[in-house]
Design a protein around this ligand. Structure first.
Ligand code: AMP
Length: 719
């Protein structure tokens, strides 16, 4: 499809007085929207809903946070309600799947489904939605599919697997296909699945394609699914994640100092509020968690190795304010995200033009021809992997089994136990999902076996990490005060996605990125060889090169990344403690912790599975941030004596230029059971409880700190 240039570019603003009712939506949906407190449509909603209701295919460049889910879901449901209203009561054709929403990750599938259920609040039983992305057991899934839910949410591979098994009919009354986060769908190599599943759809249906970019990466999908689409290029600025509200900071340091700085920032509460700390692999997740545990700083980890139910619950609880610090990997979400060269990135940033292009060139030229072509394109052979439905049946979570699982995850081994664990987790690792997926470079996981035989022996290479896991994209984190790139992201694109988890919903947010220069990386590597352990170093990527690209990209968008200067000499007292903590956290202890966590999350996951069915109360007592400490925690490390207090500038969320200087008050935020309970009940709970009377952390001074002059090519090194 060739996109015609916008003839009349319309501004990305919405008439102040425009309401959802003006868009002609069904009353039941309007009531659902009112219940959600959605008073006005966002730009992407205001523009796409009328086009969609008029029957047009829509291609929208819109990011998470722009309100894109409602933009496609409202017209999709509206159309279903209209059809059902027009049918006589009990008409057999009232029961049919009419909408399919394809998403790249199971997390996103859960989020889209939850949102849809909220919107459907006043639709009674008229419309149902089924999420099949995370469930792997056909015996559970197929009866649900047999009820012919009105809307199915899935990853492309999962629905394709069910279509091939004739578990669902999308031909007879099908109306709407949505591909959400289409660029990521492409990066996950799902195009072949999409292509194949189109053969199960009727010739005429309406399509929506929502994508963060409209570049070459989504070209093939555009051509596959869209016909003369209306093209919406929404501004990069999302409705609730504005770059104006985001204070971006960086600090140049070495690998060891990252730990020191983070320890000081968290211990002294120089970073207030909920914080997501990104690292680049799972081992580093646990290393950092154990390190922080040495100072009695609790944190929760989120990575692709954890069972899906646990991941969903962790995000829910984090959003409620139960945990302050989340250490996350985004390896799944970055899958296949190629690093663009700077030129491409420039174009991409410049592509934040607002506006709308009507009538892109026809993409589905001739449906009949396309169908024929597809038959030719689809590789021969059945690529499904089937499982025998023995979910969790023969596992007791013994250490051996967990070891096997982790080995597979680490690509150090493979085994049946590990595969069975995958089933127990309900992750897609053991998926019926087909074909090779691009693996993130750092994982270099073996391709999934291509087999249609449901035997475990054929699943040997099944990786334990969830191939459809994604944190930095799509997930709607709530009230995140700060994002820390503890490990600098491997691509400029992933930087954007990571920092986009804060400064949402009109709130202020801060990102702080640790950048280790090539020279420092080299030095740390050499030092680690001398001292016999490189585990503390992030050896992946070229921080400096990616950072330079990020800076350029931000400049094009009119944003600056400012240096955060830390007087390192003032942290000398903390350095001894850091050394102590590092000594305590050994490779063996990390491995043990990871095992322990997995084991406990498997149990959690089983409880959660039950919860999701019928026992919500049980959940209140499930915590994911329990200390793992396989190594001894020294009690004195919990507190910081007054003489150690440094003068360090707080990493606050004020706008640039509004950073407070001079004396500051820091609340000692010791959480009581009550505050946790309140958080769980959705009553906030991160306000600090006032703290102990004589706690040295209660008051301390922080200095004017370093300059806040913005990145000007030559960076300052932390003192
Ligand atoms: P999305 O881009 O679909 O992930 O939506 C981002 C966030 O915006 C979600 O928390 C939605 O619930 C919220 N949202 C979507 N549309 C609206 C609206 N019209 N008014 C207020 N909030 C909205």
């Amino acid at each position: 499809m060739t996109e015609t240039e916008a003839a009349d570019v319309t501004p990305n603003t919405v008439d102040e007085n425009l309401t959802f009712a003006d868009l002609g939506l069904d009353d039941r949906l309007l009531r659902g929207l009112a219940k959600l407190n959605f008073t006005k449509p966002t730009p992407v909603q205001a523009k796409s809903i009328p086009l969609a209701l008029s029957g047009k295919d829509v291609l929208a460049k819109a990011r998470t946070g722009s309100g894109k889910t409602a933009a496609f879901m409202l017209p999709l449901i509206h159309k279903i309600l209209a059809v059902k209203d027009s049918l006589p009561a009990n008409a057999p054709e009232a029961t049919a799947t009419r909408g399919l929403v394809l998403v790249p990750t199971v997390e996103l599938a859960g989020q889209v489904t939850a949102f849809t259920n909220n919107i459907l609040l006043f639709c009674g039983r008229a419309v149902s939605v089924l999420n099949i992305a995370g469930k792997q057991n056909d015996q559970v899934q197929q009866p649900l599919l047999a009820t012919q839910p009105d809307i199915i949410v899935s990853t492309p591979s999962r629905i394709l697997a069910q279509l091939k098994l004739n578990a669902v009919d999308l031909k007879t009354h099908f109306q709407t296909l949505v591909i959400d986060e289409a660029d990521l769908v492409c990066n996950y190599d799902y195009e072949e699945d999409v292509k194949e599943l189109l053969t199960f759809l009727p010739k005429i249906f309406q399509s929506f394609l929502m994508s963060a970019t409209l570049g070459d990466d989504v070209d093939s999908l555009k051509q596959l699914v869209l016909r003369s689409p209306a093209i919406l290029k929404m501004e990069d600025k999302t409705m609730d994640s504005t770059w104006d509200n985001l204070k971006q900071l960086y600090t140049i340091c070495n690998e060891t100092d990252k730990y020191l700085i983070l320890y000081v920032l968290l211990k002294l509460k120089l970073l207030k509020g909920k914080c997501i700390i990104f690292v680049n692999d799972i081992e580093r997740c646990y290393r950092l968690k154990l390190f922080l545990e040495q100072f009695s700083i609790p944190s929760v980890v989120l990575n692709s190795e954890l069972p899906l139910n646990s991941r969903v619950h962790i995000v829910e609880e984090f959003n409620k304010g139960v945990y302050d610090y989340m250490i996350a990997t985004d390896e799944g979400g970055l899958k296949g995200e190629k690093e663009e060269d700077s030129a491409t990135q420039d174009i991409e940033a410049a592509d934040s033009n607002e506006g709308e292009e009507e009538e892109g060139d026809k993409s589905k030229e001739d449906e009949e021809d396309k169908d024929e072509d597809e038959d030719d394109d689809i590789p021969e052979g059945d690529l499904e992997m089937e499982f025998d439905g023995s979910e969790g049946e023969d596992l007791d979570g013994s250490d051996d089994e967990m070891e096997a699982m982790m080995k597979t995850s680490d690509n150090e081994g493979e085994g049946d136990e590990a595969d069975a664990m995958a089933e127990m987790q309900g992750t897609s690792a053991k998926s019926t999902d087909s074909k090779k997926r691009k693996q993130p470079e750092e994982e270099s996981t073996k391709p999934e076996p291509e087999s249609s035989t449901p035997t475990k022996s054929k699943k040997k290479n099944g990786p334990k990490k969830d191939q459809e896991y994604g944190v930095s994209r799509g997930i709607d984190f709530v009230n995140v005060a700060a994002v820390i790139n503890f490990d600098f992201p491997p691509t400029a694109k992933s930087y954007t996605h990571r920092v986009g988890r804060t400064a949402r919903g009109g709130q202020m947010g801060t990102s702080l990125s640790f950048v280790v220069t090539a020279e420092e990386k080299e030095k740390s590597l050499k030092a680690s060889q001398i001292h016999g352990g490189g585990g503390w170093n992030n050896t992946q990527g070229d921080d400096e090169a990616v950072f330079n690209r990020v800076v350029k990209q931000q400049e094009v968008s009119g944003c600056t990344i400012n240096p955060y200067t830390i007087p390192m000499q003032q942290l000398a007292g903390f350095r001894y403690r850091m050394d102590d903590a590092m000594r305590a956290v050994t490779k063996a202890s990390i491995r043990e912790a990871r095992l322990k966590e997995l084991k406990s999350e498997m149990l959690n996951s089983e409880k959660l599975r039950a919860h999701f069915e019928d026992k919500p109360k049980d959940l209140e007592f499930l915590r994911h941030d329990k200390t793992l400490h396989p190594t001894r925690v020294q009690p004195h490390m919990k507190h910081v004596p007054g003489y150690m207090m440094p003068k360090v500038q707080a990493v606050s969320s004020q706008k640039i230029g509004e950073i407070p200087e001079g004396l500051g008050q820091v609340m000692y935020n010791k959480k009581t059971q009550n505050s946790v309970r309140k958080a769980r009940q959705g009553k906030g709970g991160n306000k600090g409880s006032g703290g102990k009377k004589n706690d040295p952390l209660k008051k301390f001074s922080f200095g004017s700190g370093g300059g806040n002059k913005g990145y000007k090519g030559k960076r300052q090194k932390t003192a």
